[in-house]
Design a protein around this ligand. Structure first.
Ligand code: PXP
Length: 243
């Protein structure tokens, strides 16, 4: 096992915007939420500008970039309009995700094998603006191989199947993620992970070799209803650092 440095926490604030959009007003304030999260120890802020703008809006991402002191990670599809906005915004990082309008959340990883050329073009366009790019993919060797052929800087491993499994199948999913980390590292890729991670299941993921950053949203925002956002972030940060 390599030397374990501390794993970073990217706080996904989409659901603060979900709540705001429910009434179409200004509350809760997404920027204030990001600043609270940073006070709680978030190493980065993640926001998904979806094509249907169901939560995060264009003005949010431009304001976030202006105001926050930590890297902004823009989750985005590779649709032309969104790539254009991302190129103008030039966030520190971008994570390319598949997007279907009917889905509740990002349901699977990108199919890099079949979309390689288009993805490669988006990666290059963003990197030209100084953006560090990541591809959200399932822990499947052929997808990892295809990702490395796009010249992406990072992959973000989809932890949804791990999070949704129990018992022996959770162990199998964890092994799959472990092998994915080893394989990606051997190809020179850097590795993040996310989706469905919570206070109970996060530690084994934070312990995976070569893990750089975990992007977590739903569980932290849910807990913040009861204990406040700063404290909810602190608790998660402590869990992933104490591995
Ligand atoms: N990473 C990616 C690429 C995602 O699409 C999402 C969901 O927006 C997350 C991480 C965070 O997932 P969750 O809200 O389940 O923590």
């Amino acid at each position: 096992m390599p030397f374990k440095k501390s794993v970073k926490l990217g706080l996904n604030i989409d659901h603060v915007a979900t709540l705001r959009q429910a009434r179409g007003g200004r509350e809760p304030d997404v920027i204030r939420a990001a600043l609270e999260g940073i006070k709680g120890g978030a190493d980065g802020i993640t926001a998904h500008l979806r094509e249907d703008r169901r939560h995060i809006q264009d003005r949010d991402v431009f304001e976030l970039k202006r105001v926050i002191s930590v890297p902004l990670n823009l989750e985005m599809s590779i649709e032309k309009e969104i790539v254009k906005i991302a190129s103008k915004l030039a966030p520190a990082k971008a994570c390319l995700v598949p997007e279907r309008r009917q889905e509740l959340t990002t349901e699977g990883g990108l199919d890099v094998i079949s979309g390689k050329n288009k993805i490669k073009q988006s990666v290059a366009r963003l990197q030209n603006q100084g953006v560090e790019v990541s591809l959200f993919i399932d822990p499947i060797p052929k997808q990892i191989e295809a990702a490395s052929e796009t010249n992406t800087d990072f992959i973000e491993l989809h932890t949804g199947s791990y999070a949704n499994s129990t018992g022996a199948s959770r162990k199998r999913e964890l092994d799959r993620l472990l092998r994915a980390c080893q394989f990606a590292h051997s190809l020179g890729l850097r590795i993040n992970a996310g989706h469905g991670l919570n206070y109970d299941n996060v530690k084994p993921i934070a312990r995976l070799p070569y893990m750089v950053e975990l992007n977590i949203g739903h569980s932290i925002i849910s807990r913040s209803v009861f204990i406040g956002l700063r404290k909810a972030v602190e608790e998660m940060r402590d869990l992933i650092r104490e591995v």
